[in-house]
Design a protein around this ligand. Structure first.
Ligand SMILES: C[S@@+](CC[C@H](N)C(=O)[O-])C[C@H]1O[C@@H](n2cnc3c(N)ncnc32)[C@H](O)[C@@H]1O
Ligand SMILES: [Zn+2]
Ligand SMILES: [Zn+2]
Length: 395
């Protein structure tokens, strides 16, 4: 290496060789720059890790607490600190990156088989349809009559209703066949900081414990996907405003940290939510190129916005007000007014009248207050579109 090249030389994060910096690039799943050699070999090395559905420690076969150390996939117990040639550290989303790389070209694309727990008004199915997935089966757990009315109004004949998540025994889960995607946001009333009387995750008489039903189903499906050698994705959602210990318990139980997504990036209403899961790139830095629409764009044409954006809309009327004076968001004919139901629907990214399934306005407002924001779920699930079969468009 010439003297000037040595000045610009950089140690490769994997092999520690000094290489001219301009030839190095960011390593795909380690923090730092790698030499061209290591950049090529890391792709084939990772293919070996990806041969089965689950990643496992190369040393002891454990599937928990994995990390990448230099060019080896190991669990935290098996890291060989003596071999420490460099300070390589795995990127937080290494697993998603490797999954995406190897799934893209390898598999024949299949239609999706989905299990949606706490399905609400079927936001998941609406989004999967919008993204163009071919759906082979959509199993739904929901018990609320108003939500079921909306589900049946839009998706009659396409959904297999399974009732309460409590009834999902191992035998029933086995009878569903393979599931590619498990989704669910359990009720948040007992977890949210907005509820001063919240009972948390463990009171068996309240809805907080339903989180553990999600976890039970998740663990069952993870184990069976490892056995049958098929890939399995999952997503669990809950409010961002919850006490730290609830959040930590959920993270520990689900074995991963959440990503935060806020609907305010896409629509003029806040809705910060935590998402745990293994959807490729769900932890990506969220850069939105187009600014969200203005509140005026969402309102009916004869109404004017009095605020730029709305606070998080919940099931209550008051959630739409701002400030101490409880300012309503809309002006119509010289009077302050609250949101119309169609405006609420659009503020969540639903088409107008989506919840109009012959149920009362109060029930529609309650269903929306609990719902997912459509563009957020679209953005999170988008990377799966390269991995599963798309619907054929009918002429
Ligand atoms: C936070 S909401 C989820 C809303 C949904 N993600 C959506 O976009 O509409 C929680 C849902 O869980 C449902 N739920 C409550 N207990 C349940 C149970 N035991 N089994 C199935 N669903 C239940 C509620 O009726 C409610 O619709
Ligand atoms: Zn190298
Ligand atoms: Zn190990």
């Amino acid at each position: 290496m010439s003297k000037s090249a040595r000045i610009h030389a950089h140690p490769c994060i994997v092999c520690n060789e000094l290489v001219e910096k301009s030839l190095c690039q960011d390593h795909p799943w380690l923090y730092g720059l790698a030499c061209p050699n290591c950049l090529v070999t890391c792709k084939s090395t990772s293919a070996k890790w990806f041969n089965t559905v689950s990643f496992e420690c190369e040393n002891c076969g454990d599937i928990k607490n994995l990390t990448i150390h230099l060019d080896r996939l190991v669990c935290l117990n098996c890291i060989d600190h003596d071999s420490d040639k460099s300070s390589s550290k795995a990127r937080y989303d290494w697993m998603e990156k490797i999954t995406l790389l190897h799934l893209k070209n390898k598999r024949e694309k299949r239609p999706l088989r989905v299990l949606s727990l706490f399905d609400g008004i079927g936001t998941a199915l609406l989004v999967l349809d919008t993204l163009g997935f071919e759906i082979e089966e959509y199993f739904s757990c929901e018990i609320d009559d108003a939500a079921l009315a909306v589900l049946n109004f839009h998706f009659h004949g396409r959904i297999k209703h399974l009732g309460s998540v409590n009834t999902l025994t191992a035998e029933k889960l086995r009878s569903l066949g393979h599931i590619d995607l498990l989704l669910g946001g359990s009720p948040c009333n007992e977890l949210s900081l907005a509820n001063p009387c919240r009972k948390g995750l463990y009171d068996p008489t309240t809805s907080g414990v339903l989180f553990f039903d999600f976890n039970r189903v998740l663990k069952f499906l993870q184990a069976s996907s490892i056995r049958n050698g098929r890939m399995f994705f999952w997503l669990f959602e809950n409010v961002a405003a919850m006490p730290h210990d609830f959040r930590d318990t959920i993270s520990k139980t689900l074995n991963c940290k959440p990503a935060t997504w806020d609907a305010i990036q896409f629509l003029p209403a806040k809705r910060a939510r935590l998402f745990w899961g293994n959807i490729p790139e769900m932890h990506r830095k969220q850069i939105v190129n187009t600014p969200p629409p203005l509140l005026d764009d969402i309102l009916e044409p004869y109404r004017k916005a009095l605020v730029q954006s709305l606070p998080t809309l919940t099931t209550t009327f008051h959630s739409q007000t701002s400030g101490k004076e409880l300012q309503l968001p809309v002006m119509q004919d010289g009077n302050e007014d609250g949101l119309l139901i169609t405006e609420r629907e659009r503020l969540f990214g639903f088409p107008s009248h989506f919840t109009d399934a012959d149920i009362s306005l109060t029930k529609r407002q309650r269903l929306l207050g609990r719902a997912w924001s459509v563009p957020v779920i679209e953005e999170i699930l988008f990377p799966l579109t390269t991995l599963y079969k798309k619907r054929q468009l009918k002429h």
